[in-house]
Design a protein around this ligand. Sequence first.
Ligand SMILES: Nc1nc2c(ncn2[C@@H]2O[C@H](COP(=O)(O)OP(=O)(O)OP(=O)(O)O)[C@@H](O)[C@H]2O)c(=O)[nH]1
Ligand SMILES: [Mg+2]
Length: 106
Amino acid sequence: MIIRDATFVASFQNEKSCPKDGLPEFAFIGRSNVGKSSLINMLCDKKGLAKVSNTPGKTQLINFFNINGSWFLVDLPGYGYARTSKTTKAGFQKMIEDYLLKEKIW
Ligand SMILES: Nc1nc2c(ncn2[C@@H]2O[C@H](COP(=O)(O)OP(=O)(O)OP(=O)(O)O)[C@@H](O)[C@H]2O)c(=O)[nH]1
Ligand SMILES: [Mg+2]
């Protein structure tokens, strides 16, 4: 698979508002600050495509990137130790769970 084109689509606050056009989606899940967003930038060979930070909790929304016009890479918030309030963390967890459970395959 050669990634020729990687384009930011949009950020979504919840699973319901994510694109529903049936294209395949590949998402990375993991604790905050492990390098999920950096991995997306590396795979796409595009620095700054996904936002990265030294501080855990940078990715706060569900970010869709269209790859070669035919599938999506999805950057999710991390779980665990994002440096933010308990309420915000609980929000991230719900966002991640709803996203993962929508097709019930993972
Ligand atoms: N040493 C090292 N640092 C890395 C690597 N990948 C990412 N980092 C650094 O780790 C930090 C976090 O990277 P992110 O890509 O923002 O991590 P994330 O998993 O998306 O974090 P959240 O959005 O908070 O969930 C940044 O400072 C990166 O530069 C790696 O392979 N090695
Ligand atoms: Mg991130």
